[in-house]
Every structure is written in C-alpha cells, then in structure tokens.
Design a binder for this molecule. Structure first.
Ligand SMILES: [Zn+2]
Length: 345
C-alpha cells in the first residue's frame, strides 16, 4: 500500500508519541495534569523549548543532561522513545507497507504505546493507572467494532473471529480467569495473589487480542516471569552480598491481605465494568467512591528506588506477552495450532 521508504514516517511518529509517553509516565502516577504546565526540567523548573524536545536527538546531543542546569536526565526517557519508535516502525511495515490495513495499524500502534507506558509505570511504582487500562480496553473494543469480520491471526479458532461481541466476551473471560486466580491464591496461600491493576489489564487484553491471543499472552507472561523473576532474585541476592547487607531484619511484616469479601465485591465490579464508568468521573469523586468501598487510596509516589526492589510487579510481563502476540501473532498462532493438532484436539 505504502512504499518501503515511508517507514521513516512510522519511526518518526513513533518517536514523537514516545516523547509524549514520557510525559504520561512522569505525570499519571503523580496525579499531575497531563496538559499543564508545559514540559519543564524537574530539577531547575526551566521550561523546555523546541530544541530540548526533539525525540531521541535532544537527549543524544545534550548527552543526557538538562541544557540549563546540567542535571542528569534518566536514560529511561530515550529508551521509551526508542522502544515506541521501533514499535511504530514495525507495525507501519506490517500493516501499511506489506499489509493494507491502516485502521489496524492505528489501533495497534496506539494500544502498543499505552502498553509501553503501563510497562514503565508498573516497573517504577507498582501501579497501573486506571486511565491507561480503560484507554486500552476502549481501543480494543473500537478495533473489534470497526474492523468486525476482518481476519485475525487466530481465525482458525472459533474465538478468533473479530467482532464486538467476541471482544466483550473475551474481556469477560479474561477478568473471570484473573479474579479466580486472585481468589484462589487469597484462599489457599492467604495472601494477595494478583493486583487489581493486573485484573483490569487482562480484561483490556481480552478485548484487544480476543480469547486465544489473550491466553497465549498470559502463557508467555508466566514463562517470562519465571525466567526473569528467577534471574532478578539471583541478581538481588548477589547485590546484597556484595554490599554486605544481610538484611536479616528485612522481613518487615507485609500489610494484611485484602479481605475475601472485598475481593469478591471488586471482582463483581470488574466483571460488570463499573470501574470503567468510575474512571470517567472526577478524581475526587473516584477517591470517595473507592474509599466507601473500603479500597485503600494509592500511596504517595516517592522518587523511584535506587537499589533493586525486592519483588517484580507482574504487569510488565503481561505487557511483554501482549506485545509479542500483537507483533508476532502469525508465527505464534501457527505454533499453537500445530501443537493442538499434534495433541489431538
Ligand atoms: Zn534543569
């Protein structure tokens, strides 16, 4: 549809959107407005001009420092821009150069950007802002509605046919699955097994990927979590030994787990999408509603930790699985199908 050289536009748009993602990543968890004030250096408050805001290039030319006060800027900023530029370039090639589905490009690119923001925010602060989960859910539903009947990578499965109905039901089953995991974990292990943000994320994954894609993304997240989680625990233990901190009294008492009744009630709210409606209300009203439901308010976000955190959040693994299914849907779908045939289904 488009010539190959148009790829540079995909990459440039992706880098520009990545630059905006950095704003979201900084401001959403801090509950700051995402439009006001304009971008400024968090250290010296100097307002940033056009030359400071060119994605990727500004960071490279200023060697990762603020042009006004010289404070070091986290390399996270350039990595987010590079990641989003790569994602948009890939999708541009897949759906606009090789394929001919501009709407799928648009929805996947926007959804992928939201996923990158979720990845970084959850890694830094252990939360997934509701706004991002709702945005992802709406993108998934709109994609299913506008591209209803269009082929997906999972067309061989009865749940792989794109329609609004399938997307809504897939979201429902994703929510049910994760609520069940949270409840069983809470009852059997007597601790919180699944964050509420993860339940809302998997609901959006269902709408976006449909049931087969969502299950494969979930399976990939388990594998990734086991491998990287193990590696993380190993690195952390080594870092602790190196700094001669035995951390014997590190076993600070965990906060008490969520009551089962509360978990059941919230599961109902997530299954009925009541929380999606609540997210549309002003923040003060939202807080009052959740407080009346016995849900603790989010803690204040402090500066990100310097040393390795004790545990890894699960959201980034779900994001990685989702992105893999979006970008490598065809080979993954082929592998799953071959496996199912081999297993005799
Ligand atoms: Zn500065």
């Amino acid at each position: 549809m488009f010539p190959a050289w148009s790829l540079v536009f995909g990459i440039a748009f992706g880098a520009a959107v990545g630059s905006f993602l950095n704003v979201l990543i900084y401001r959403l968890p801090r509950r700051l407005s995402i439009v006001f004030p304009p971008s400024h250096c968090p250290a010296c408050q100097h307002r940033l001009g056009i030359p400071d805001l060119v994605p990727i290039l500004s960071y490279l030319f200023q060697r990762g420092r603020c042009r006004y006060c010289g404070v070091r800027i986290s390399p996270r900023y350039i990595w987010v821009e590079v990641a989003n530029a790569t994602l948009w370039g890939w999708l541009w090639w897949q759906w606009l150069v090789v394929g001919e589905m501009p709407l799928r490009f648009l929805f996947f690119a926007l959804a992928g950007s939201v996923l990158i923001a979720i990845f970084v925010i959850d890694l830094l602060h252990y939360i997934i802002p509701d706004e991002l989960n709702v945005a992802l859910l709406l993108l998934g539903l709109l994609h299913a509605f506008l591209l209803s009947g269009q082929p997906t990578d999972w067309n061989w499965a009865s749940w792989g046919h794109l329609s609004l109905r399938t997307a809504v039901l897939s979201a429902f089953w994703g929510t049910t699955l994760f609520c069940a995991i949270a409840l069983i974990g809470r009852i059997v292990f007597k601790r919180d097994a699944m964050g509420h943000g993860d339940i809302r994320l998997v609901r959006a994954m269902g709408a976006l990927l449909l049931l087969p894609g969502m299950l494969v993304a979930f399976a990939l997240s388990i594998v990734l979590g086991a491998v990287l989680g193990g590696l993380w625990a190993y690195l952390r233990r080594r870092a602790e030994t190196a700094s001669h901190q035995a951390h014997e009294d590190d076993t600070e008492p965990l906060p008490p787990p969520e009551p089962i009744a509360s978990l059941l009630m919230m599961s109902g709210i997530y299954l009925l999408w009541v929380d999606v409606l609540i997210t549309l209300l002003p923040l003060k009203v939202q807080n009052r509603i959740y407080a009346s439901l016995g849900q603790p308010e989010e803690e204040n976000i402090d500066e990100p930790f310097e040393e390795l955190p004790g545990m890894l959040p699960y959201g980034p693994f779900l994001v990685a699985g989702t992105l893999a299914v979006m970008l490598l849907g065809q080979p993954l779908s082929g592998a799953v199908r071959a496996y199912l045939e081999w297993a005799g289904f």
